[in-house]
Design a protein around this ligand. Sequence first.
Ligand SMILES: Nc1ncnc2c1ncn2[C@@H]1O[C@H](COP(=O)(O)OP(=O)(O)O)[C@@H](O)[C@H]1O
Ligand SMILES: [Mg+2]
Length: 253
Amino acid sequence: MALPAIELKNVSVGFDGEIVLQNVSLTIHEGENFVLVGPSGQGKSVLLKLMAGLIEPLTGEVLIRGQNLKSLSREEKQKVVCKMGMLFQKNALFDSLSNAENIAFPLREVTSLSPDEIESTVDKFLEAVGIGHAKNLYPDEISGGMQKRLGIARALALNPEIIFYDDPTAGLDPITSRKIIELIIDLQQKNSSTVVAITNDMNRAYQMADRIGMVIDKGLILTGSVEETKHHQDARVHQFVRGDLEGPLMVMS
Ligand SMILES: Nc1ncnc2c1ncn2[C@@H]1O[C@H](COP(=O)(O)OP(=O)(O)O)[C@@H](O)[C@H]1O
Ligand SMILES: [Mg+2]
């Protein structure tokens, strides 16, 4: 059987003596679309960065296609990390570069493409996310939805096999949000990639997910498929799913 795309084995993460995640285990399969939901501040972004190799666990292991990030040399880890792309929560676009340059920059840094190849790659990905016309504008000259599209194009231009989307519809209106998720699903199917996405919006989670997990109380509750999540027994899941709560939950444990 093929190795899973991502495996977390009993990972714990903390900052300055504060534990954020404790003993989290998770297996994400190749080609799967896994969605993380849950109230703010519970560790969703931390969990995503952990899988992307951007932060290290205090204990436990992170395996990408069976390779333990901790036991790899710098060069080996770099190779694994290069196969992963990330849309950050706040897009992390370069404001002083044009939209086209935002995509070209990482291509120049990490690939050996010629200038012509870079230009055609930039055009292809701007077109793929529907903002080819905004090529020569700057990020602050385009709408929030277009900025997300640009962030997605930049992440995908490096042809990643695993893509992380941190809250790709945050701050967008419902119609734009739906379109961004349609775009993510469409691009995933075209590229047969593995996707891990965070959202606080259950409708978007249901639209996108093969499987859902909820990050809460320093742990991860694997809530299962969309149908299983809708009818999950755990009171915290039930409350989040029904109320779509953003803030701390009022649950007696
Ligand atoms: N680099 C960091 N240093 C210190 N604390 C952090 C860091 N990153 C995240 N945290 C803390 O970890 C907790 C979870 O954060 P985060 O994963 O961003 O939550 P969310 O579920 O909203 O994405 C928060 O209390 C946050 O303050
Ligand atoms: Mg977050």
